[in-house]
Structure formats: C-alpha cells, structure tokens
Design a protein. Structure first.
Length: 118
C-alpha cells in the first residue's frame, strides 16, 4: 500500500528530527531524500508530496502552525507551537512503520553529530 506523506507531515518530522523552529526548503529536501531512502530500506512504499505548491497549501491550511518566510524558501513553526504540539498534531497519526523510519533517520543524524563532536 502506498503512503502519501503530505508536506506538513514532512515538515513536522524534519522539525522533530532536527529540533528546530525553522527549516529551509533545501534542508527539507535533503531530509526527504534521507527519509525516502529509509522507507525504501524498510520496504515502505511512500510518495512525498514536496513542492512549492504543497508548501503554500500547508501554510494556507495550517496558519496557526506554520508560515513561509524568506520569500517562500523556508518554513517556520509559529512561536506558540512546540515540538510536542507537532508530535501530537502530525506524528501521532503516522503508522508505526513510518515512525520507525523517522526515528531511524533521527538516530542516524544524532550519531553523526556525536561523531563530529568527538
């Protein structure tokens, strides 16, 4: 079965993974590529809805959560929205397999940060 990962879910996963309030489209695309590879590794069929059109729809549909900044080249989480809010609003609706893939990417990135700091 094909999973369709909407733009807002991708942004929420990236913000959770990086622990950030703002992410550029370039960084988001790099994250999408890593997540897509992890999905394939786990035999999870997924289509990531990633484009400027989906970015504008995301902000239009979720103005209380996200805003586009820097002429649409970055997405920012509103100040009153915490990472925990993103988890309950978006990540809690993802399947267990999807969440395991997100966690695997987060753990891999965390390990790289630890290696660099050593």
């Amino acid at each position: 079965m094909m999973n369709f990962i909407k733009f807002e879910y991708l942004v929420a996963c990236a913000m959770y993974t990086y622990g950030t309030q703002c992410i550029t489209m370039l960084d988001l695309n790099e994250y999408r590529i890593k997540l897509e590879a992890e999905f394939k590794k786990r035999n999870i069929e997924a289509m990531f809805l990633f484009s400027s059109k989906y970015a504008y729809e995301c902000v239009h549909d979720n103005p209380d959560v996200f805003e586009l900044i820097c002429d649409g080249t970055a997405v920012r989480r509103n100040d009153e929205v915490s990472i925990d809010d993103l988890i309950s609003k978006y990540l809690s609706y993802m399947s267990n397999d999807d969440l395991l893939a997100v966690t695997a990417v987060k753990n891999a990135l965390d390990e790289k940060v630890i290696e660099v700091k050593k």
